[in-house]
Ligand binder design. Structure first.
Ligand code: UD1
Ligand code: CA
Length: 463
């Protein structure tokens, strides 16, 4: 293999007891992706290939959650310590020669540039180990970095540290680059004679020094990058930093976000230039928003595609749907899965759609349910229209052809087809197909009974 080759191992076998969760820690989501996916992506962006993830607790679910990340999995049946965890990957990396990057699955904020700098340091210094360190005002819980000036002497775990060692504020981030296959040789020499009875990966530093190998440390400029998520408070903290990065990237790419602190955009979302996003908006999953859209407060959009110049008014919900150019949605509209708007449409307040294909320029402006329907172009759906698509057993389709005008308070009892350019009178219940160019009306004729109210006065309530 060529010089500069990087492989990565991500440790994710621990249970994460402090999360107080039924699920493994690395499965908890941060901005729409599993916690454990972030270090994997950072390693890949830094050029690591292959990447192996060490799984143990809840391993099957972890594998499932990371299946799309293009990594291999190594099982660590018993969690005997970080050194033992890396040793589990030995057989898979037997033929690998180069820099082995080691990350923990619970450190989502690491930047690829940091990993690249760490690998670069390893290379230029011909080091056997390069440790990423950081300064912490409160170093509690971390392994302490014991130095003699520039020389890294050892990493001492808190539980094994002397009083003076505990006062050291430079700590181990748990991220390293090792020379492979040398490191595996070292791992075979680890013992577990320490306070926790574990095989510590950190002891590789001591073994390297005993061999006279080169050991280096690189201090992280921004210690937030190495924030390890151990409990739900840190999960929220990490999500907040990550959300800030996502929003900032959109802002630099030409999206106006009025209040980034209250705007939740998942990592997978794409947004076009000149789109304006109001506070309290949530954009989730594989959502794509075109250029020059306006997304008003409180809107939630999941796994949907909006073309350009779409205006979504306040408190609308759009799921697994497509919205064509120049359309106006809401306020308070609900587009459920399978709704397609071809363009120039209006879906107004309290309109619910589901599995419906609506042609160009068609409108449903108020208080309507359109489900399992095909609606043509230039159709006007009056207020209070309902497709009665379900008889309790099966779903049926309503087809409304081009240029139909549907009066208010109409029910379509599906299956039913309304022919092109026909008109449905307000208050109708349509149970049979309507031919093109027709008027369909089905309400009972109105009867006025003169003087009826005079003969039936309201009784005064007795006290
Ligand atoms: C470790 C370091 C410590 C460092 C800290 C940074 C050791 C001995 N100590 O301590 O110096 O300051 O990280 O966060 O390495 N894991 C396994 N299998 C195991 C044990 C752990 O996969 O048998 C995984 C965990 O899931 C986790 C990572 O390794 O992702 C770190 O393990 P953890 O027990 O949290 O180590 P720390 O005590 O935090
Ligand atoms: Ca930890």
């Amino acid at each position: 293999m060529s010089e500069g080759t990087i492989a990565a191992v991500v440790l994710a076998a621990g249970r994460g007891t402090r999360m107080k969760s039924e699920r493994a820690k690395v499965l908890h989501p941060v901005c729409g992706a599993a916690l454990g996916a972030y270090p994997v992506r950072a390693a890949r962006a830094a050029g690591a290939d292959p990447i192996w993830v060490v799984v143990g607790h809840d391993g099957e679910h972890v594998q499932e959650a990371l299946a799309a990340e293009g990594v291999g999995f190594v099982r660590q049946e018993q969690q005997l310590g970080t050194g033992h965890a890396l040793l589990c990957a030995e057989k898979d990396l037997r033929d690998f020669r180069g820099s082995l990057l080691l990350l923990c699955g619970d450190t989502p904020l690491l930047r690829p540039e940091t990993l690249t700098a760490l690998a670069e340091r390893q290379r230029t210094e011909h080091a056997a180990v390069t440790v990423l360190t950081m300064r912490r005002a409160d170093p509690a819980g971390y392994g302490r970095i014991v130095r003699n000036k520039d020389e890294l002497l050892a990493i001492v775990e808190e539980k094994d540290a002397s009083e003076s060692e505990r006062r050291i504020t430079e700590v181990n981030t748990g991220i390293y680059v090792f020379e492979a296959p040398w490191v595996f040789e070292m791992l075979h020499h680890l013992d577990n004679a320490n306070a926790q009875g574990e095989y510590y990966l950190t002891d590789v530093v001591r073994l390297a020094r005993e061999q006279g190998a080169v050991v280096r440390a690189l201090e992280l400029a921004d210690p937030d990058e190495a924030l390890g998520v151990n409990n739900r408070a840190q999960l929220a903290e990490a999500a907040k930093v990550m959300q800030g990065r996502i929003n900032y990237a959109h802002q630099l790419a030409g999206v106006t976000i009025l209040d980034p602190a209250s705007t939740y955009i998942e990592a997978s979302v794409r947004i076009g230039v000149d789109t304006v996003i109001h506070p309290g908006v949530h954009l989730w999953g594989k959502t794509e928003i075109g250029p020059s859209c306006l997304i008003e407060p409180g809107t939630v959009i999941r796994d949907s595609r909006l073309a350009g110049h779409v205006h979504v008014k306040a408190y609308s919900v759009i799921e697994e749907s497509e919205v064509g150019v120049n359309s106006v949605i809401g306020p308070m509209a609900h587009m459920r899965p399978g709704s397609i708007l071809r363009g120039d449409n209006k879906i107004g307040n309290f309109v619910e759609t589901k599995k419906v294909d609506i042609g160009l320029h068609s409108k449903a402006s108020h208080l309507t349910y359109l489900g399992d329907a095909e609606i043509g172009a230039d159709v006007n759906i009056g207020c209070g229209t309902i497709t009665c698509n379900y008889d309790g057993v099966n779903k049926y389709k309503t087809i409304i052809e081009d240029e139909v005008f549907v009066g208010s308070d109409t029910q379509f009892v599906a299956p039913v087809r309304v022919g092109r350019n026909s008109l449905v009178g307000a208050g109708s219940t349509i149970v049979r197909d309507v031919p093109p160019d027709a008027l369909a009306i089905s309400r009972a004729e109105q009867k006025n009974v003169e003087g009826w109210r005079l003969r039936h006065p309201l009784k005064k309530k007795e006290k």
